[in-house]
Design a protein around this ligand. Structure first.
Ligand SMILES: Nc1nc2c(ncn2[C@@H]2O[C@H](COP(=O)(O)OP(=O)(O)OP(=O)(O)O)[C@@H](O)[C@H]2O)c(=O)[nH]1
Length: 395
């Protein structure tokens, strides 16, 4: 049993938005299984907030220079002012540096953003430690010691997993220890460890805030991307995922198959048993199909009783095997207890030499029609002028 299946974890999940199911709870701890659409939107959000933070620091950092010049002795005031100008330049650089929206680049942006004030803190701490300040100067000097607290609190504005929060908080906590280490003989150790403990607490609260943001973001993305009846991806978000996966497969040169699935004789269910019963059947069909999918496979409700299955990293032949497995599990039962069946057309991006996902879907759709013409309840995966490869009727 993993930690994500434990009863404590499930109880904790009860405090989170209902859109998160236990399988997705691990998304709050680690980023590696997030669906691409979710990662993309999160990356965009993190990059925007990095710019927001950088613009705030780009304004506030030089402003404090005047206080330093008025309150601190020279050359300390000038050294700190130069340090501030350097840091401001770095923040402005982050503000205008454009990067492709990927999660990796979002992490890079955050790393740069937090590295600047962390270094600033260590250097300023070492400069200030050379002076015995008193009165207003001492008060201004003490203000520098609060920077790690501000940075740790700042982590709270990012929708991060627990692992990411820990990774970004660690260098700030380490910087505090390094600053203390360099001043070993003169540091007041009880105050030092008291401050460290407080920083740890703030890091914990910020991590919680980040995870809550992430949970609500996942809930909103789920609501926005899912078809409310079946829980499959809606057509609009499905097109977005399709485009993204198509580009990724094109870049890596790996196969990418799509299966166009149309339920057989669905109109008859509506006509004989009513639209509501038809809805129940659609829901059951999507749920059964989803249960049999591998991680990374995506089911899209393309329209009415038509679904599109996106199968990254597998070619037509492997897709046929996957579909065979799904058909063996069955798609549920019709109201008269006979098995529900579907006609399926499959196409692989590499095999078809497609450079447009729309064309790939069109080919799979045409093959689905061939399956219908050949008597339904089968999978067709080769071009029309070749002998059709169809699987035997299972129902
Ligand atoms: N209950 C319900 N029915 C829907 C929904 N969307 C589309 N439909 C119905 O799905 C039926 C599709 O019928 P057809 O396209 O004629 O196809 P079919 O009866 O499945 O026959 P074949 O595809 O040829 O096997 C129509 O009656 C639509 O009204 C929905 O959300 N709920």
């Amino acid at each position: 049993m993993t930690i994500f299946q434990s009863s404590t974890w499930v109880k904790l999940l009860g405090l989170l938005p209902g859109e998160l199911n236990p399988n997705e709870a691990g998304w709050l701890a680690l980023p590696q299984h997030h669906m691409p659409l979710m990662s993309n939107r999160r990356a965009q959000m993190i990059m925007n907030r990095v710019r927001l933070f950088a613009s705030l620091f780009a304004v506030l950092t030089p402003l404090w220079m005047f206080v330093d010049l008025l309150a601190l002795p020279n050359p300390l005031a000038w050294q700190l002012s130069l340090l501030r100008l350097g840091a401001t330049g770095c923040f402005v650089f982050i503000l205008y540096y454009r990067m492709e929206v990927t999660l990796f680049n979002a992490w890079r942006g955050m790393a740069m953003l937090f590295a600047i004030p962390t270094l600033f803190y260590v250097i300023s701490y070492l400069l200030l430690a050379r002076y015995h300040l008193s009165g207003v100067s001492a008060a201004v000097g003490t203000g520098y010691a609060f920077l790690p607290f501000v940075l740790l609190a700042g982590l709270a504005i990012f929708p991060l997993t627990l692992l990411e929060s820990a990774a970004f908080a660690a260098p700030i906590l380490i910087a505090h220890v390094i600053a203390g280490y360099f001043q070993f003989p003169v540091v007041d150790w009880p105050s030092f460890w008291g401050a460290f403990w407080l920083q740890g607490l703030i890091a914990g609260v910020a991590a919680l805030a980040g995870v809550c943001q992430l949970a609500f973001m996942i809930a909103l993305v789920q609501q926005a991307v899912r078809d409310p009846l079946t829980g499959a991806f809606s057509r609009r978000s499905g097109e977005e995922v399709l485009e993204l996966q198509f580009i990724l497969a094109g870049r890596s040169g790996s196969p990418f198959s799509v299966a166009f699935i149309d339920i057989d004789h669905f109109k008859a269910v509506n006509d004989q048993y009513g639209h509501q019963q038809g809805d129940v059947l659609l829901k059951q069909f999507a749920q059964t199909l989803t249960q049999g999918l591998r991680k990374g496979d995506v089911l899209v409700r393309w329209g009415g009783e038509e679904f599109l299955l996106l199968l990254p990293n597998i070619d037509c032949q492997q897709a046929m095997h996957a579909l065979q497995r799904l058909r063996r599990n069955g798609f549920g039962l019709r109201p008269d207890r006979t098995p529900l069946t579907a006609s399926i057309g499959v196409a692989d991006m590499l095999e078809e030499g497609c450079n447009d996902w729309r064309r790939l879907v069109e080919i799979a759709d045409q093959r689905m029609y061939v399956a219908k013409q050949q008597g339904r309840n089968r999978v067709i995966a080769t071009a029309g002028n070749e002998p059709p490869v169809s699987q035997p009727v299972l129902a």
